[in-house]
Structures are given as structure tokens and as C-alpha cells.
Design a protein around this ligand. Structure first.
Ligand SMILES: CC(C)(COP(=O)(O)OP(=O)(O)OC[C@H]1O[C@@H](n2cnc3c(N)ncnc32)[C@H](O)[C@@H]1OP(=O)(O)O)[C@@H](O)C(=O)NCCC(=O)NCCS
Length: 147
């Protein structure tokens, strides 16, 4: 164990009191895009498997998030974020380990996730956690325009 990993990240389901802090975290991590309204994304998640939306606290500061879900066939995770000042301490790994456990508890056999083209840091992070590229092209179709 490294010195850092002995300091605990407190992981708990999202609470509405942390709404602004989570949105600020996502902004600081470059995860908010014009076509995604972060408040609406939180509202929607509160209606479906809200317990799979996790936040991570270190010394009382909200510094990590992960929004996961199981669709009955695959698990997915979005909004994985560790605040810039808290990176490199294993917190991202801890969040993903918890996500995997939450999905396993729901009977989920495989976790999929999407990484934006050009996000080489995230690709290196996921490779370190044992994720590999699937032979697929990710397609999407917007059903509700949030802009
Ligand atoms: C990706 C992110 C969550 C990683 O968080 P983190 O807390 O710094 O990651 P950890 O400290 O847990 O790192 C875990 C492993 O990934 C590796 N890793 C993390 N960031 C890395 C980077 N930029 N380059 C290479 N390897 C990296 C670490 O070396 C570590 O490997 P090890 O455990 O074998 O030593 C964080 O950088 C982030 O929030 N980025 C912006 C948002 C984002 O891109 N999210 C993903 C969207 S798909």
C-alpha cells in the first residue's frame, strides 16, 4: 500500500445537498459540455438507480464522482471525475472499484464506458485498471435536446 491509499476516500451515494459541489467538480474536470445540462443529468439520474450515483469525499471535501447504471445487460459509468488537486492518489481507482462492486451487486456481468476522443489521460487510467478497447464503434442519437 502506498501512503496515499491508506488515507480513506469516503464514498457515498449522491445527496441533493451536494448538487452544486458536484456540478462544480464536473466543470473543473472539463466534463460539462454545452449539449449536456449537468443539473438535468442529475435530475434524471435521481429517477433511475439513484444509488449508483456516487460521490467521494476526502477530509470533508467532495473531490470525486461516478454515475453508474445497469441496463439489464451491461453496466455503464459516466461522469467519473477526481478534482484536479486530488488526482494521483488512487481516488479514481477507488471510485471505479466501488462502481464495479455496486454493479456486481446488481448482477451486472460487464461494464462498458465511453472515453472522448483525445482523452489520453482517461485511456491510460482505465488501462491501469484493466480495461481494454472493445472492437466496437460507439453510436449515439439524441432524443431530448437540452441546449
Ligand atoms: C481519470 C481520472 C478520474 C483519474 O483519477 P485519479 O484519481 O488521478 O486516478 P488514480 O490516482 O486512481 O490512478 C489510478 C491509476 O491510473 C493511472 N493514471 C491516472 N491518471 C493517469 C494519467 N493521466 N496518465 C497515465 N496514467 C494515469 C495511475 O498511474 C494509476 O495507476 P497505478 O494504480 O497502476 O499506479 C482523473 O484524471 C479525472 O477526473 N480526469 C478528468 C475527467 C475524466 O477524464 N474522466 C473520465 C471520463 S471517461
Amino acid at each position: 500500500l502506498s501512503g496515499y491509499s491508506q488515507q480513506a476516500l469516503l464514498i457515498q451515494p449522491f445527496r441533493s445537498v451536494d448538487r452544486e459541489a458536484v456540478i462544480e467538480l464536473w466543470r473543473s474536470c472539463g466534463l460539462v459540455r454545452s449539449w449536456n445540462d449537468p443539473g438535468l443529468d442529475i435530475d434524471r439520474k435521481m429517477t433511475v438507480q439513484a444509488g449508483c450515483f456516487l460521490t467521494g469525499f476526502f477530509e470533508g471535501i467532495l473531490c470525486a464522482s461516478a454515475m453508474a447504471g445497469f441496463d439489464g445487460h451491461r453496466g455503464w459509468v459516466n461522469y467519473l471525475a477526481v478534482a484536479p488537486a486530488w488526482r494521483g492518489r488512487g481516488f479514481g481507482r477507488e471510485m471505479m472499484v466501488r462502481v464495479e462492486q455496486v454493479l456486481l451487486d446488481l448482477g451486472c456481468p460487464k461494464l462498458n464506458l465511453q472515453v472522448r476522443t483525445g482523452n489520453e489521460a482517461a485511456l491510460a487510467f482505465y488501462a491501469a485498471l484493466g480495461y481494454s478497447q472493445d472492437p466496437v464503434i460507439s453510436l449515439g442519437k439524441r432524443l431530448i435536446d437540452d441546449e
